[in-house]
Design a protein around this ligand. Structure first.
Ligand SMILES: CC(C)(COP(=O)(O)OP(=O)(O)OC[C@H]1O[C@@H](n2cnc3c(N)ncnc32)[C@H](O)[C@@H]1OP(=O)(O)O)[C@@H](O)C(=O)NCCC(=O)NCCS
Length: 212
C-alpha cells in the first residue's frame, strides 16, 4: 500500500517536472547533505503585528489547488520542484494551507501545522519534523510566486498565521528553513524568530532524514 502510494507520487512528480529535472532530482536523492535551521518565536507579542494594509490570507480552496497545478507549466524547473513538494505535502493530509491572492491570482501559500497533526508528522514526516509541543504550532513551506517576490508577502503571511495561532491559544511557533535560503532566514529573524539549532539532512538512495 505504502509502496503503491510512493510510486504514484514518483510518477506524478516525473510527469510534472519533465525528464531533465526529474533526473536532477533523482541524482540529488542518491546522496546529498543539506543543513536546516530550526527557528522559534514566542507568540506573546503576535497580537496586532500583522501589518496595516496587509493582503489577507485565506484557507486554500480546491479551486486554488487546481489553479496552482495549472500554473506549473509556466514556472521554472526550480519553482516547479518547490511547488510540487508543497502540493504533495498538502495531499499527504496537511490541510491547513493559507493563500494570498492579488490580481485574481494565487500569489503566496504557507502552512500552519498544529499539535493535533502530530500523528501525521509521525506517520509521514517523522524524518523531517519533531512532533510539536502542546501549545506550539509550526509555520512552514512558505512560497511566493516569482512575479510577487519582494512585496512583503512572506512577512505579512507569517504575521497573520502567528496572530491566528495566538488567538487560538498557542504560545510559540517553530519553523524549519534550509541554511542557504538567506532571504527567508533574514525575514524570519526580522520578525523576531531566533535560530535554536542547525540540523543536517541526509538524502541517501532515495531516503531522506534529518538528524535531530
Ligand atoms: C523566500 C520567499 C518566500 C520570500 O518571499 P517574499 O514574499 O518575496 O518575501 P519578501 O517580500 O519579504 O522579500 C524577502 C527578500 O527577498 C528578496 N527578493 C527575493 N526575490 C526577489 C524578487 N524577485 N524581487 C524582489 N525581491 C526579491 C527581497 O529583496 C527581500 O529582501 P529585503 O527585505 O531584505 O529587501 C520567496 O523568495 C520564495 O518563495 N522562495 C522560494 C521558496 C522558499 O525559499 N521558501 C522559504 C522556505 S520557508
Amino acid at each position: 500500500m505504502k509502496s503503491a502510494k510512493a510510486l504514484t507520487e514518483i510518477l506524478y512528480v516525473a510527469r510534472e517536472l519533465g525528464p531533465r529535472s526529474s533526473l536532477e532530482l533523482l541524482t540529488s536523492r542518491i546522496f546529498s547533505i543539506n543543513h536546516y535551521y530550526i527557528l522559534c518565536k514566542s507568540l506573546s507579542d503576535a497580537r496586532g503585528s500583522a501589518a496595516a494594509g496587509k493582503t489577507e490570507l485565506f484557507p486554500i480552496s480546491e479551486g486554488d489547488v487546481r489553479e496552482i497545478e495549472n500554473s506549473l507549466t509556466a514556472c521554472s524547473a526550480a519553482d516547479r520542484r518547490e511547488i510540487l513538494s508543497r502540493l504533495i505535502f498538502y495531499q499527504s493530509g496537511f490541510g491547513n494551507c493559507y493563500v494570498m491572492r492579488r490580481d485574481n491570482k494565487v500569489t503566496f501559500m504557507q502552512w500552519i501545522i498544529y499539535p493535533t497533526e502530530n500523528g501525521l508528522i509521525r506517520e509521514k514526516y517523522a524524518n523531517y519534523y519533531c512532533p510539536l509541543g502542546e501549545k506550539q504550532v509550526m509555520i512552514e513551506n512558505a512560497f511566493t510566486f516569482p512575479a510577487y517576490r519582494g512585496l512583503g508577502c512572506l512577512a505579512s503571511g507569517t504575521r497573520q498565521l502567528m496572530e491566528l495561532a495566538r488567538a487560538q491559544g498557542y504560545r510559540s511557533a517553530v519553523c524549519y528553513i534550509r541554511k542557504d535560503r538567506i532571504a527567508a532566514v533574514n525575514e524570519f529573524v526580522r520578525m523576531g524568530f531566533t535560530i535554536t539549532r542547525m540540523i543536517p539532512e541526509y538524502k541517501v538512495l532515495g531516503g531522506i532524514w534529518r538528524s535531530f
